[in-house]
Design a protein around this ligand. Sequence first.
Ligand code: 0X9
Ligand code: ZN
Length: 375
Amino acid sequence: MTSTRPGAPLSRLLTVPLGLDIWEVDAAFVVLQAEEAQAARLESMGYDVEQLQLADSYLSDFATHQAMTGYHSAESLEAGLRRLAEDNPEVAELHEIGRSVGNRPIWALRLGERRGSSRKAAFFGCHHAREWISVEVAYRLAEDLLAGAATTPAREWLQEGEIWVTPMVNPDGHEFTRTDNRLWRKNRRRNANGSFGVDLNRNYGYLWGTLDNNTTSSVPSDDTYFGPRAFSEPETRAVRNLVARENFGGVLTYHSYSQLILYPWGYTRNAIADVADLREMRDLADEMRRLIGGVHSMSYVAKQASGLYLTAGDTTDWTYGEYDISSFTVELRPATAMEGGFILPADQIEPCWEENKPAAHAFIRHAFAKPRPVT
Ligand code: 0X9
Ligand code: ZN
């Protein structure tokens, strides 16, 4: 979607409550998913609507068994995490941190020799069902730390601290993308009006519900529906309870796509008021960007989350706003819709993990350098 008319600026697309599913934001265009009627309405408002050709062929490809291999399901993830815990009983422990709306367990792997450490970091994946790569990068991080448990730097980290990895916050939604709709985003809550799903990354309790637009919506059928109240969903309550209990020095949540490293705030364009916090998160985001680029020369952009678009109730506004935790959203590969968008070929899982590994390690180092009171 593009616009050359001053009366129809692209920025307005993000704020008008039209129920659009915004995928990608660029200075010159916006990629979104919309029904025919919505597209016609946008055209009548002065926007130039162009249909991307990739969706159908990609979706039919991915409906085949072939294209699903390489990615975990909720079930194979559980099996993988169990195996990691069983093979490494000294340093890994599997925790069910809650259950989804559909009663699926939400699994976190705790890595570290001892409990009650003052150095802790947390990683999350798959708040959004269709963002399959976010499961894989989080899972490989855990796997790789355990494989390196006898050598530095993992050895020191696992001796002195704890790393909690929750690769799939939204197992119901993820399963739905495997069986019914590859582009499903939300969880699988049946809403009061009969529609399905709450956007888990709008359901957190910091300034929850204070925006109502295309990217944070009060309309239950919309893709960014924020839910009936903060923490209305068992999936966000599971994350809330873990974060409230563990006193993390850092929280990093993987999403896709766009290749971005985002830090708070998401709800306002104003910068964080605490200049030391701002400098810390901005510098680390920039360092992660540099480290990622050093591996396969992929370019990621580091910026304040609201620079992408405004949201209220996302994970990192809550972890920073409520607990003062250094918090990041990393949007993984690819960069653009034309490279597949949410549908990343499985042969890119490994390079995507490889490039994110040094950034994840820098984040752990940073989180561990900020000892917090033991809980
Ligand atoms: O919209 C989201 O929840 C995240 N993007 S995604 O494409 N994975 O859905 C971004 C959340 C970061 N916060 C803000 N952009 N305000
Ligand atoms: Zn996401």
